[in-house]
Design a binder for this molecule. Structure first.
Ligand code: ADP
Ligand code: MG
Length: 324
């Protein structure tokens, strides 16, 4: 690559940052937090070959790199404000990132950033196997952050959007099933262009008793809420919101696996008292985003999923774990 590191940063990763006292270009950015708010800070890394295919569309990869981080802000009920981006780029002749790639990657990244009012205020750029790491910084009123630890016995359990589409797209790619054109389009969109549920997270302040984003599968992530809150759950398989493609696979293990344990959903799972039910349905209508009650928090510390006949179903895997 003929560009210097500094030309590259300037050309692809430097935009106006009116929401920061100081953005890209010094040794550190300077940020002012609003009165009464605390910072919500989270970091997510995407590694080539582990989180995406090396030949992934760079525009969609730019989107997803930020989207998975924004999803963590949504899960905290935070308003995302700033991001940093650390990026390792392979040399061009190693089949890696060139200017065309950087142009598309940054376009995808900034399109989503702009949509959510997020400013890129710094980062690091180096040579190495393709690796993308974002730190996201948001603000939330101190008492209203949505934690994993607040679920109460008797609360309803809700999820946004639909579950399992991204996992089903992956299953199709791996040859485990064959999707129709329409099914594949919907599932691939979920896999490559997840929509972080920022507006929902903010609407849940003061309503949800706990929340998490579903990145490793419903059972694994709900499991974190249950553990943090010291409670259990009863879920109803047929109440899970799924697309026609996932529904069509429900008679086979694959459909249930995608909905219950598939990764990369980036929907929110949250709990709220029963009295909030109607309020939540009106939030769903206002946001144009389905919110579905899928079960209830119980005292006994286990998670049971009931099938159509009310029988507990046998659960095999509980989610994606990089170290298992
Ligand atoms: P330092 O050597 O002091 O860490 P760098 O030379 O790595 O600084 O970076 C110069 C400036 O460019 C810093 O403000 C840094 O935050 C920013 N920067 C570096 N890489 C990126 C990137 N990929 N995206 C956005 N800003 C970046
Ligand atoms: Mg540096």
């Amino acid at each position: 690559m003929s560009m210097s590191e500094f030309d590259l940063i300037k050309r692809f990763f430097t935009r106006a940052t009116p929401g920061a006292l100081l953005g890209v270009g010094d040794d550190a950015a300077l940020l002012q937090v609003s009165d009464g708010n605390v910072l919500a800070v989270s970091c997510d890394m995407l590694v080539s070959g582990t989180h995406f295919f090396a030949d992934a569309d760079p525009y969609l990869l730019g989107h997803k790199t930020l989207a998975v981080n924004l999803s963590d802000m949504a899960a905290m009920g935070a308003t995302p404000r700033w991001a940093t981006l650390a990026i390792a780029l392979p040399p061009k002749d190693g089949g890696g990132a060139d200017e065309v790639w950087l142009d598309k990657f940054s376009a995808g990244f900034f399109a989503l950033a702009q949509q959510h009012g997020v400013e890129l205020i710094g980062g690091d750029t180096t040579r190495g196997p393709l690796n993308l790491c974002v730190t996201i910084i948001g603000e939330v009123p101190a008492e209203q952050a949505l934690r994993r630890s607040g679920a109460q016995i008797g609360d309803e359990i809700w999820v946004s959007g639909s579950l399992g589409d991204a996992a089903l797209a992956l299953a199709h790619r791996q040859g485990l099933t064959v999707l129709s054109g329409i099914e594949l389009a919907a599932c691939e969109k979920a896999l490559h262009q997840p929509q972080p549920r920022i507006a929902l997270g903010m609407a849940l302040r003061g309503i949800a008793s706990s929340a998490i984003d579903i990145s490793d599968g419903l059972l694994a992530d709900l499991g974190h809420i249950l553990e943090s809150s010291n409670v259990g759950a009863q879920l109803d398989l047929l109440s899970l919101p799924v697309s026609p493609g996932v529904r069509r696979h429900f008679s086979q293990p694959l459909g249930k696996q995608c909905a219950l344990s598939g990764g990369d959903d980036y929907e929110l799972c949250f709990t709220a008292p029963h009295q909030r039910h109607a309020e939540l349905l009106s939030i769903a209508a206002k946001l144009g985003l389905p919110l579905t009650p899928i079960g209830e928090i119980v005292a006994r510390r286990e998670c049971i999923v009931h099938d159509a006949s009310g029988k507990p179903i046998k659960l095999e895997t509980s989610g994606y774990d990089h170290f298992r």
